[in-house]
Design a protein around this ligand. Structure first.
Ligand SMILES: Cc1cc2nc3c(=O)[nH]c(=O)nc-3n(C[C@H](O)[C@H](O)[C@H](O)COP(=O)(O)OP(=O)(O)OC[C@H]3O[C@@H](n4cnc5c(N)ncnc54)[C@H](O)[C@@H]3O)c2cc1C
Length: 450
């Protein structure tokens, strides 16, 4: 019997097990432009943990590769299928099971879209804070599996700071619970956080218990222009003292791209910093004074929420503006914040050497930079140069004490960089951990660890 026939029999007639190649092809990859992929032999649109358990039990026995998929918005090829693999998609598991306002927690199925939880929490005066730019379409399970970050994470921490508990289906098909719904618990080894950022390689997250918080007040927003990226980056380190709920940086290449699309008047600046304060708005004035010690050209702030949308437009438009210039490769290295300026200088030199435009923007307060390489669509030589440049950017970050990925994950495009920042012993331990949870290496094989 074929694997498809066997799974159909085991899962029963109600299961959504798709084998139509026109449909399975659309589940073969995420948003990473150059990661390898192949259509899976089938896609299970799971509705219950028990269905996933049945599928994994069979896959484990037959040693079939299983690729877990949230919303497929990833940028590292993490959800990319391989030939003869089974994709298990969580998109149908999109129920907010419970919001417990008194305990400030939500229990959700892993396929719930991030913004849907925040919108539901909003009605109760609460918020789910982690805000990846993809929050309108990425799943909470995917966010946990990649430990997603976002703009407010400079103050509130990335996804890992907001997960209390989870349900996981192991490669063996067993269903386990990790963590506790309580705010504090140190009873066991912290397997919960081992699974956060595990990119579908240790188990399939089916349910999450997440922190909600009292909704922060609308922030005051400040925008400041600087003559050089060096001065802006130096100012960013000084601005951390005001506990910003957002601290973003945009370089001149990106400002020019935005200007060419929607003129906002920033093209003269060498770089722009955007800051939000959701508590003490009056500190904006003090922050501008601080910026003056770093060659501030100009700065304005407002605590009117409508102005905020205008002021942060330059950051929101950064990536789409670069995308208008050609095909893009978006990186997401993380650096010590004091190394941002040096990093940008080195990437600018690389941009000239490679003859490729590279716009740099990112979460200055977290040191998480998104250098975005632009090259001509359909130009094979430029594409090859862009991929080489992408790798060189990671190496530059690592040479400055940085990390290959701040939020998008290692997936299938960055495994070769892990050893540059991880000792052989630690890699050996990671492989041993993988073996404990997934002895036959059926879950996303070849991803995350080298
Ligand atoms: C325009 C754009 C902007 C983005 N902005 C940000 C940003 O600001 N911050 C950020 O962190 N990321 C960002 N991303 C990347 C992406 O949205 C995140 O990595 C997101 O967390 C992925 O969620 P997903 O549901 O789409 O997961 P997928 O892409 O489907 O999967 C991502 C990884 O998680 C695994 N996985 C998914 N669901 C589960 C599960 N239930 N159990 C176990 N493993 C699972 C997959 O196997 C894969 O390895 C952006 C992407 C785009 C396209």
């Amino acid at each position: 019997m074929s694997h498809l026939a066997a799974l159909t029999k085991l899962l029963g007639p109600d299961a959504s097990l798709i084998s139509d190649p026109d449909i399975t092809a659309s589940y073969s990859r995420d948003q990473a432009p150059f990661a390898v992929s192949a259509p899976p032999f089938a896609v299970l649109l799971a509705r219950r943990a028990e269905e996933i358990s049945i599928a994994l039990k069979y896959a484990n026995k037959e040693k079939i590769s299983v690729v877990t998929r949230g919303a497929g918005s990833g940028l590292s090829g993490g959800a990319n299928a391989t030939a003869d693999s089974l994709v298990i998609s969580l998109e149908k598991m999109s129920q907010i099971i419970e919001i417990d306002a008194a305990n400030q927690i939500a229990r959700v199925q892993a396929g719930v879209i991030n913004i849907d939880l925040d919108n539901a929490a909003k009605e109760l005066g609460l918020a789910y804070l982690p805000d990846p730019a993809s929050r309108d379409w990425s799943s909470l399970g995917g966010n946990a599996a990649t430990n997603a970050g976002g703009m407010c994470c400079v103050k509130y921490g990335v996804t890992s700071a907001h997960v209390r508990a989870m349900q996981v289906v192991l490669a063996s098909g067993e269903i386990i619970e990790l963590g506790k719904a309580t705010k504090k618990s140190v009873t066991t080894y912290d397997f919960l956080h081992l699974f956060i950022g595990s990119e579908g390689t240790l188990g399939i997250i089916t349910e999450l218990t997440l922190n909600l918080v009292t909704r922060p007040a609308p922030p005051a927003t400040l925008i400041a222009t600087f003559p050089t990226i060096k001065s802006a980056a130096a100012a960013a380190t000084a601005l951390l003292q005001y506990r910003p709920s957002m601290l973003e940086i945009v370089d001149q290449t990106t400002l020019r791209a935005v200007e060419a699309w929607h003129p906002l008047g920033f093209e003269v600046a060498g770089a722009v910093l955007l800051m939000q304060l959701d508590e003490n708005h009056s500190l904006c004035e003090v922050a501008l004074e601080t910026c003056k010690s770093f060659d501030l050209i100009d700065g304005v702030y407002s605590d009117d929420p409508n102005d905020a949308a205008d002021l942060i437009r330059v950051r929101k438009m950064a990536y789409p503006a670069l995308e208008r210039m050609g095909a893009t490769l978006l990186d997401d290295v993380a650096l010590p914040i004091t190394k941002i300026a040096e990093f940008v200088e080195k990437v600018e030199a690389l941009s000239k050497r490679a003859n490729l435009a590279i716009g740099i923007f990112g979460h200055a307060g977290d040191g998480n930079m998104h250098p975005t390489i632009v090259h001509d669509h359909g130009d094979a030589a430029a594409t090859e140069r862009a991929q080489k440049t992408f790798n060189e950017i990671v190496e530059i970050a690592q040479s400055l004490g940085g990390s290959a990925s701040g939020e998008h994950g290692i997936g299938s495009i960055k495994a070769q960089f892990v050893a540059n920042e991880t000792s052989a012993k630690v890699i050996e331990l990671q492989r041993a951990v993988k073996k404990v949870f997934d002895p036959n290496s059926i879950l996303n094989p070849g991803k995350k660890i080298p």
